[in-house]
Ligand binder design. Sequence first.
Ligand SMILES: Cc1cc2nc3c(=O)[nH]c(=O)nc-3n(C[C@H](O)[C@H](O)[C@H](O)COP(=O)(O)OP(=O)(O)OC[C@H]3O[C@@H](n4cnc5c(N)ncnc54)[C@H](O)[C@@H]3O)c2cc1C
Length: 458
Amino acid sequence: MFTRTDVAELVPQICGPVLLPGDPGFAEEVAGFNLAAVHRPDLVVGADDTGDVITAVQWAAAHDEPVGVQATGHGADLPMEGGLLLTTRRMQELVVDPVRRCARIGAGVRWGSVIDAIAPHGLGVLNGSSTHAGAVGYTLGGGLPVLGRVFGFAADWVRALEVVTPDGRLRAVDAEHEPELFALLLGGKGNLGIVTTMTLELFPLGPLLGGGIFWPGEDAQEVLAAFSRWAPGLPAAASTSVALRWMPRSAAVDPRVARRQVVHLRFCWVGDPEEGRRALEPMRSTGRPLLDTVAPLDYRRIDRVHLDATQPGLYVLTGEFLRDFDAAALAALLQHAGPGTQCPLPEVGIRLMGGALAGPGARDDAVTGRDAAFFLELIGRLSPGVAERTPPALAAILRALAPWSTGRAFVNLHGMPGGESERARAWSEEVYARLVRAKAVYDPQNLLRFQHVVGQVR
Ligand SMILES: Cc1cc2nc3c(=O)[nH]c(=O)nc-3n(C[C@H](O)[C@H](O)[C@H](O)COP(=O)(O)OP(=O)(O)OC[C@H]3O[C@@H](n4cnc5c(N)ncnc54)[C@H](O)[C@@H]3O)c2cc1C
């Protein structure tokens, strides 16, 4: 708890803005991409640098004020009520060393900025389907990338982190220094501290073939059945997913597919484009596509593969790892989300896992999903008129696909998980137990108690 006098003492110690509800600029500082989860903190601190993060966390600990963190708001799944919100969008440090093949990335940097800086050097990173998301928040959640089957999870490529733990200490952690904290930050999301910078290993990235194929929604049965036979046999050079989705009307969407329900295959191939074209051929010759955009792809245009929303909206993203997506799973999916079912979800997708995503990982970490064959990815709208129908529709699909589930969720795409047992499904039992133990060591006050937290929420 704090008073206005306490805040007045904090203000001169922070370079960025310190705002209370009702102050000019408060709503803008708090706003994020997901308009369905508008945070209502007692105080927001716009951190300019690591020093601001340390000061704000020490101040919060002294006043027993819980702490939340936001870079872009892409992962604002649960609205924060009370507490101190640290916004990191001003922390834009980005240093690329093409010789040592690494990049030092500040807490507020989006993937798009990283890619613009490294693409001219022929280097790559493991961004997700939208390069508007924050690089650090995404990677701490494991990071399920567009090119994951070739290179693994984003977390596999983290060399080092600088993190402010809830005791207000800045710690430089890597595989040698505080290895348990390092391992659990990678996939443990925001449970153990506020990461101020991340050092990522970069990799040489050759030619890309990428884009999408679109069929009318009515062809869902035929296209998804073809996908379920074709995808598991692909080499690791191919990353792919398919979604039954309602396409918006936007500048990025071709008018031939805008404002209609389509089946959207996403495909990305790293290496010889001719081989990629051959691998894609069975899907190209399925049904009668409305549009095919798969072509040599400039890495800086990688958002063209998934065509995710770029404007803030009211949504929930959730999903489940699957051990299989066979004919019976497809029938269960279509029964609840197929054309003509009145399913209100704008997007119901299946991502192929496997390849390097199935590897043991570069080192010990808290990433979930290495044992999965597919990821079921659901997007629901929470805008007025549809908000009430969305949660039951999500629940019905998850229930219908439960027989194929590995029992695990992915923390980056886990939506609004609710109670502890549901939140715990984002990790294996062993990793969850380690996270709970580490939380007791690093955060005994339970200051970091918002979003996808481990343990009881007080
Ligand atoms: C359109 C869209 C596409 C997406 N595609 C993918 C995808 O392909 N693969 C995938 O894995 N995920 C994907 N996501 C999920 C995304 O990775 C998560 O939402 C992620 O949390 C975004 O990070 P952020 O920092 O931008 O979000 P924010 O909302 O700003 O932060 C979300 C949470 O991340 C944690 N966090 C953020 N910054 C820090 C920090 N500095 N220190 C500690 N914790 C921090 C906190 O727990 C915070 O509450 C997608 C999301 C959207 C909306």
